[in-house]
Design a protein around this ligand. Structure first.
Ligand SMILES: Nc1ncnc2c1ncn2[C@@H]1O[C@H](COP(=O)(O)OP(=O)(O)OP(=O)(O)O)[C@@H](O)[C@H]1O
Length: 278
């Protein structure tokens, strides 16, 4: 891991009407780390990463990506980014290779470099053999890896993933994480990922921020967070990251789950659509 920040958020605020979806977030992601933004549905994770990826304006506060101000240097920031949104971004009627080539064009990868860069991105996610099949024949996990290849073709220094494993079975989830880990190891790229799967964050993230109702309630390595909670509790079973989250979020965590039931099923439906393509 090299020194310096990939992402710096200071006092970030974003409101939808009177709803402060992001309510004063301070966050620093170090270059080369896998950083997890954790929280239940509606916590403000997607809104935070939309501000970081220049897709939403920074209403108040400041966000920098590798020292570039996202409000004033949008294009410079976009050139450094790969973004895999929560919603389906692959085209079922194109082959895997055509999907990635489309993104290479959008990202303005020089014409001469396109073919090898597309092939390398597909190889990095284990889709070389399936590259010339239509995406509609892919499983949900393969589609997620294709979307990863689409983001990687730009050779990003910062890869931002919104709930990359939602709706996938455990084997497909592990594969997605393993490919992310392998690319990170090979390129030194920084990874910022949102998830509400605490067990995955515990296993694959170097550091995590626990977000609830628009605010960061806890931040550290999964080990630190669990050890700190264990120290306050004394005897008993070792805490999980989910226990840590409950500790920080307090009683209103259950209410948040109630508020978000409908939205969760919407998301699930979205990702099921991805599986059905297979
Ligand atoms: N386009 C929008 N218009 C109005 N309110 C929104 C919009 N997008 C998000 N919100 C609200 O902002 C808050 C934070 O939502 P956000 O999507 O950032 O949460 P999240 O943690 O990413 O959850 P999810 O994984 O369900 O997207 C929620 O209360 C949500 O209802």
């Amino acid at each position: 891991m090299t020194t310096g920040s990939a992402v710096d958020c200071t006092g970030l605020v974003y409101a939808f009407g009177t709803n402060r979806a992001v309510d004063g977030v301070d966050l620093s992601v170090a270059t080369g780390e896998v950083f997890g933004l954790l929280g239940p549905n509606g916590a403000g994770k997607t809104t935070t990463i939309r501000a970081i990826t220049t897709l939403l304006p920074v209403a108040a506060g400041m966000v920098q990506v590798f020292g570039n101000d996202v409000a004033r240097e949008k294009m410079a920031v976009r050139r450094l980014l790969g973004y895999v949104p929560q919603a389906l971004s692959a085209d079922a009627g194109l082959t895997g290779r055509e999907n990635v080539t489309l993104f290479a064009r959008v990202f303005d990868v020089p014409r001469r470099e396109r073919r090898p860069r597309v092939a390398a991105a597909l190889e990095a996610v284990g889709l070389t053999d399936a590259a010339d099949r239509l995406a509609k024949t892919y499983s949900g996990g393969m589609i997620r890896r294709l979307e990863l290849a689409q983001a990687l073709v730009n050779a990003p220094r910062l890869l931002v993933l919104d709930e990359p494993t939602i709706g996938l079975d455990p084997i497909a989830r592990t594969e997605v994480w393993e490919h992310i880990g392998a690319v990170r190891a090979a390129t030194g790229m920084t990874v910022l990922v949102t998830t509400h799967y605490m067990d995955e964050a515990d296993q694959y993230c170097d550091r995590v921020a626990l977000m609830h109702r628009g605010q960061i309630r806890g931040l550290g390595t999964p080990r630190e967070l669990k050890d700190n909670l264990a120290a306050t509790r004394g005897d008993g079973p070792p805490p999980t990251l989910e226990d840590v989250f409950r500790h920080f979020a307090g009683r209103d965590l259950a209410d948040a789950h109630e508020d978000q039931k409908e939205r969760f099923s919407d998301v699930r439906r979205t990702r099921r659509t991805a599986s059905r393509l297979g």
